[in-house]
Ligand binder design. Structure first.
Ligand code: SAM
Length: 258
């Protein structure tokens, strides 16, 4: 009951490389129709239900996933969707940062069910919140005391004022342009998308965090990997069994951000 068979690619990769953990903050680029998101929600426990997690523990972290896509995405419990948004636009990146900043503050006061409690949602491509950003400015003393559990949660009250540097545990990209079938056109286009996700990950990724992106094979993959190696401890390529062998698609992983 996944929205698309693409879910199995993420399942197979993550079973092998184990980058998704309960409590993490995950940005997913190219999320429609939401099949990867379904897998992510389970593995980071962003719906708080603990399904799909093998070793359940009391007080297990509740994660957050923000999924962005140009296309509409049907709502999914435990996910925040920014649909109708181009990830490569500055405006979209700002929206993501706004959500992260709101989410961060809510986590610091120990609210794990951010999506309902704080009422952050996205309608018509706009971030809407029942609680305005000003009301989310909590005192430093609160920020220092409270912290919810493991995984993606902030450890202290540093970098307030909407600064989202170092906040995201995992950045994933399954973004793909409309393929023309011509490698010389399609390859550079998908590489641009991967680069935009990587730039975001470098700026907003947590140290020790991870980056995974789909790319269509071509001359720039090596260059991308070289770039990844500057920022991540371990760089590897993955071709999950459910990815058709006649497709040039492969996934590049940067593990443990420096
Ligand atoms: N991972 C998804 C799933 O499992 O349901 C499938 C993603 S699909 C292969 C690729 C998606 O990337 C498309 O929905 C497309 O709209 C999106 N995409 C392409 N360019 C984008 C951009 N600039 N910003 C946001 N999304 C983009």
């Amino acid at each position: 009951n996944y929205r698309a068979r693409s879910a199995f690619k993420l399942i197979e990769i993550d079973d092998k490389v184990k980058i998704l953990k309960p409590g993490q903050i995950v940005l997913e680029c190219g999320a429609a129709p939401g099949a990867w998101t379904q897998v992510i929600v389970q593995r980071i426990n962003s719906d708080g239900k603990g399904t799909g997690i093998k070793k359940r523990r009391k007080g297990m972290g509740v994660g957050t996933v923000i999924g962005i896509d140009l296309l509409p995405i049907a709502p999914l419990e435990g996910a925040i969707f920014l649909d109708g948004c181009d990830f490569t636009s500055l405006e979209s990146v700002q929206k993501i940062k706004d959500i992260l900043a709101m989410n961060r503050k809510a986590r610091i006061i120990g609210d794990s069910s951010i999506n309902e409690e704080v009422g952050i949602g996205v309608r018509d491509g706009m971030v809407v919140g029942e609680v305005g950003r000003d009301e989310l400015k909590f005192g430093e003393e609160v920020a220092d005391k409270e912290d919810t559990g493991e995984g993606g949660n902030e450890k202290n009250g540093e970098s307030t004022n909407g600064d989202t540097n170092g906040l995201v545990d995992v950045v994933l990209s399954d973004m793909a342009p409309n393929a023309t079938g011509q490698r010389s056109t399609d390859h550079p286009r998908i590489v641009r998308l991967v680069e935009s996700a990587l730039v975001f990950a470098i700026k907003n990724g947590k140290s020790g965090g991870h980056f995974l992106a789909k790319v269509w094979d071509g001359s720039d993959v090596k260059r991308l990997e070289g770039f990844l190696e500057k920022y991540y401890e371990k760089v590897s390529r993955h071709k999950p069994p459910s990815s058709r062998s006649d497709s040039s698609e492969l996934f590049i992983l940067g593990k443990f951000k420096k």
